[in-house]
Ligand binder design. Structure first.
Ligand code: FEO
Ligand code: CA
Ligand code: CA
Length: 639
């Protein structure tokens, strides 16, 4: 969750398969397509696990719950151990000059361009390009959602300069690192031909119906097809053809609003006189939407990255629509088309899916280079009956016409919020990550929404049943027929919160360990649904959240609904992003913004005030980092 400094985005004032799941059809593609598809890790069968005849009878959760914790460390169940790698500032291993992290934050912008960015988020382990699926070597690709300038610079924002803006821009984006395990310890391979940094200034190509659209053209890019950088990369996804999908979430907070925002700008959260906490516009005019009104339209897309081709250019895929998007999760239909599920994390925004027109081709990224450019985008309506509908965001269909302000398909996609308003989609309680279980249920975390109800905002509804929903919930649905189905049946997997809580709207129905504010969500190869929490620092340990300690990761059995706490993060962090090696014996997660202050902006005079994780050095400062989880007996995580 990126910090908004002054307000949480809330711009929607509109009125309006059994075992057939991701991995199986992909595996069939794998057989036809050869080794390249195996590289995703999406396809890995786990020996002795889900494929065993008695797997269904075996309990999914084999560990003892970790207790609620408030310590400045990572806690895991008995029998597990953790290792920290890839902290902010560590060199990623580019060829040429690399710069070690300076604990006084004195690294320059040029140094930061060679180092891991700040505030790690979505992450995926890709099988190694050469050694394949040995589970001891691979590529980790991860997002860096945003930067805390109070920690990024030695004196924070006390002084402000073009150099500081450039360092902040270099701390954003995505990293690719090569990793290897020796005797149970993981490390970054340096240098590595696959190591890369993508920042807020890396050139990217735009494809799909909005590429070249008038609303995408700027003075610096009259083509509307070449954007510099990616911003606020939050959740992520992977494709069966071995690419990484990174999603641009709260991009609007980087832009200074114009003097008189028009209706489109207002619907996307641009307001006059916004303080613009990142202050990039003061030294980089591109981020002044008054001067460059189309620049914000060039963010909010799913960006596809091919980690196996270090010379590849990232591609912003506009056919999947524009949103303050959390993540993008790919399922595959029986006839081998890609379905991408996506949530837009802002209050009262929507859940989407994209269905590709074409079938996935055997082979790698090049064989599927335009697969995500052609297809249909849908938005969800959850009806009180327990059924739901997917409504197409297709120009000319229903209200999406020129007369209603949608001149063409490009405009529908750039204005997907307005299109969804017009279609009467269901306004959700901040949709975060989405994943699919072994039975074909699709789950979406709805992290919280304290604005529901009252005089001006939508009241609770069947899908979002609690007013002042401080705890969040997880909704799930099963498509009619296949993942491309136009209707579905839905229910609530869980309402978060302790069932014993006094306030009715904070009470949950958790079967197991209580939690709040679900965010990250990931189904592992055995079918365990991992849930990661993001209680905001300002609310943590107080009110409805007072007994929940630090943010954590829990494991759920989707069949029984049982939920057990597995990992507790250090003080002030959120736990986000999860992935594992093909053998399931090493898990990687990210701890983002340890030591975040309740004001969500650190004080450079007291960098260790709330946390000194992971280094615990007398001269240190808290750093986001990747946590490697192993079972002491070398077993599969969660068993
Ligand atoms: Fe970046 Fe919705 O969390
Ligand atoms: Ca998130
Ligand atoms: Ca969040």
């Amino acid at each position: 969750m990126a910090k908004d400094f002054s307000r949480m985005e809330d711009s929607n004032t509109s009125n309006n398969l059994s075992i057939h799941q991701v991995s199986d059809p992909s595996r069939r593609t794998l057989l036809r397509g050869g080794l390249s598809l195996a590289a995703t890790g999406l396809l890995a069968p786990l020996a002795g696990c889900a494929s065993a005849p008695d797997a269904a009878a075996r309990p999914l959760l084999g560990f003892k719950s970790a207790a609620v914790g408030t310590a400045d460390t990572v806690v895991v169940p008995e029998g597990y151990s953790v290792q920290v790698i890839a902290a902010w500032g560590e060199p990623v291993g580019l060829s040429g000059e690399n710069h070690a992290f300076h604990f006084d934050a004195s690294n320059s912008a040029a140094h930061q361009e060679t180092q891991l960015g700040m505030h790690h988020d979505g992450i995926h382990f890709f099988r190694h390009p050469i050694t394949g699926g040995d589970s001891r070597t691979g590529l980790l690709v991860m997002n860096h959602e945003y930067a805390d300038d109070g920690l990024l610079h030695t004196d924070g924002m006390k002084t402000w300069s073009a150099e500081k803006v450039q360092k902040a821009q270099a701390a954003h984006g995505v990293s690719v690192i090569e990793v290897e395990q020796k005797e149970g310890r993981w490390s970054i391979v340096k240098p590595s031909p696959w190591a890369r940094r993508f920042t807020a200034y890396t050139p990217m190509t735009v494809t799909g119906p909005a590429a070249g659209h008038a609303l995408m053209k700027t003075s610096a890019d009259p083509s509307g097809r070449r954007v510099l950088g990616t911003l606020n990369n939050c959740g992520s996804g992977i494709t069966p053809w071995g690419t990484y999908l990174t999603c641009e979430e709260n991009f609007i907070f980087y832009f200074k609003g114009p003097e008189q925002p028009d209706a489109h700008q207002a619907r996307w959260g641009l307001r006059k006189g916004d303080p613009v906490g990142y202050r990039w516009h003061e030294h980089d005019e591109r981020f002044d939407a008054g001067k460059h009104p189309q620049e914000p339209n060039r963010f909010g897309w799913v960006v596809e990255i091919d980690p196996y081709d270090a010379s590849s250019t990232p591609v912003k895929r506009t056919a999947m629509g524009r949103a303050a998007r959390e993540g993008a999760t790919v399922a595959v239909t029986r006839d081998q088309r890609a379905v991408v599920y996506m949530g837009e994390d802002a209050r009262f925004e929507y859940i989407y899916k994209f269905v590709s027109r074409d079938r996935i081709q055997p082979g790698s990224a090049k064989a599927n280079a335009s697969l995500l450019d052609n297809g249909t985008l849908y938005v969800a309506r959850f009806d009180a009956s327990g059924k739901g509908q997917w409504m197409p965001l297709t120009h000319g269909v229903g209200p999406l016409t020129g007369a209603n302000g949608f001149a063409d398909q490009g405009e529908v996609l750039i204005k997907s919020r307005q299109a969804s308003d017009a279609l009467g989609a269901t306004k959700m309680d901040r949709p975060e990550w989405i994943d699919v279980d072994k039975q074909g249920w699709v789950y979406c975390t709805l992290t919280n929404n304290s604005n529901r109800g009252g005089d001006k905002r939508p009241a609770a509804d069947a899908a979002n049943p609690r007013s002042n929903n401080t705890m969040g919930h997880i909704i799930r649905w099963k498509e009619a027929g296949d993942f491309d189905g136009l209707s579905f049946e839905w229910n609530h997997f869980v309402l978060a919160g302790d069932p014993a809580l006094e306030r009715v709207d904070a009470r949950g129905n958790v079967n197991g360990d209580a939690f709040a504010c679900p965010d990250g969500l990931w189904t592992d190869a055995r079918g365990v649904l991992w849930i990661q929490t993001d209680m905001s620092t300002s609310a943590m340990g107080k009110g409805d959240l007072k007994n929940l300690g630090n943010n954590c990761m829990l494991a759920a059995d989707p069949r029984s609904g049982e939920i057990r706490r597995f990992l507790i993060g250090p003080v002030g962090c959120e736990v986000t992003g999860a992935t594992a090696t093909p053998d399931g014996r090493t898990m990687f997660i990210n701890n983002q913004h340890p030591g975040e202050s309740p004001s969500e902006r650190s004080d450079p005079a007291q960098p260790r005030r709330f946390s000194n994780w992971p280094d615990q050095r007398p001269d240190g400062r808290p750093r986001s980092a990747t946590v490697v989880i192993r079972k002491n007996d070398g077993g599969v995580i969660g068993t």
